[in-house]
Design a protein around this ligand. Structure first.
Ligand SMILES: C[S@@+](CC[C@H](N)C(=O)[O-])C[C@H]1O[C@@H](n2cnc3c(N)ncnc32)[C@H](O)[C@@H]1O
Length: 229
């Protein structure tokens, strides 16, 4: 029996049905207009800041091209496009929605041609039995923008077990010195650190612009970089 925290709220954004509808529609839109790539979660500027932070960790372009990155819940794959443009070449993306994988592939083909070299895989990150379908494990980097948020919004999410399963699965995907780069708009840095306390350790934070409202100041989103414990 899972005790759900009082603050825990589920939403249709946490259901697979929602994402199936969203990416089927975005795929149709992209097929009609190749400039319409759909939603870039938390905006292009946020993605740019996080990619820049990753570039600073591997500032030599040669070493960067050897870093393997897995984009968890890739959606339209725009993160993979930006990582590739930044010089990361060993790229993989997963999503549990097949239309997301089709959309990400179509966008990568448009940007880099049919031999774009990015491995895409339709799999549920929370279901370990799916992991055998993924190639190139283990990775240097797991990249998550909005996917942990979506997983936590699932009506079946358990506030105690789900973060642990997520972090354990991240560990299974990473090399011993690997890192998780996690961007969230639903959790603060302190909350994320506490969710993964037994499995992952915070090593860095990417700063996003803050805004003030009603006397309180906060960031629109949070990016925390973790290493494996
Ligand atoms: C908020 S969207 C973010 C998409 C993309 N990362 C971005 O930044 O634009 C959340 C993504 O996570 C995917 N997702 C949610 N739960 C998942 C799971 N258990 N396994 C794999 N993908 C999942 C959804 O299909 C969706 O593409």
């Amino acid at each position: 029996m899972c005790e759900v925290e009082e603050t825990e709220r589920s939403s249709h954004l946490g259901t697979k049905e929602h994402w199936e509808e969203a990416y089927s529609s975005e795929l149709r839109n992209f097929e009609e207009d190749e400039d319409d790539v759909g939603d870039v979660w938390f905006g292009r500027q946020c993605l740019k800041r996080v990619v820049e932070a990753l570039k600073r960790r591997w500032d030599d372009p040669m070493s960067r091209s050897e870093v393997s990155v897995l984009d968890l819940g890739t959606g339209n794959g725009v993160t993979l496009v930006e990582l590739r443009k930044a010089g990361f070449k060993k790229l993989s993306g997963i999503d549990y929605v097949s239309s997301s994988i089709d959309l990400a592939n179509a966008i990568l083909v448009k940007e880099f041609g049919i031999d774009h070299g990015t491995h895409l895989c339709c799999m549920d990150f929370m279901n370990e039995s799916d992991f055998t379908t993924l190639e190139n494990v283990p990775f240097d980097v797991c990249f998550d923008k909005g996917t942990y948020d979506a997983i936590r919004l699932n009506p079946d999410c358990c506030a105690q077990k789900t973060p642990k399963i997520y972090a354990q699965n991240v560990k299974k995907m990473l090399k011993p010195a690997g890192i998780l780069v996690l961007t969230s708009c639903n959790w603060t840095e302190a909350e994320l650190v506490s969710h993964f306390i037994d499995e992952l350790e915070r090593i860095d934070t990417v700063t996003h612009p803050s805004m003030s409202f009603g006397g309180a100041t906060g960031s629109t989103c949070t990016t925390v970089i973790f290493k494996v414990l």
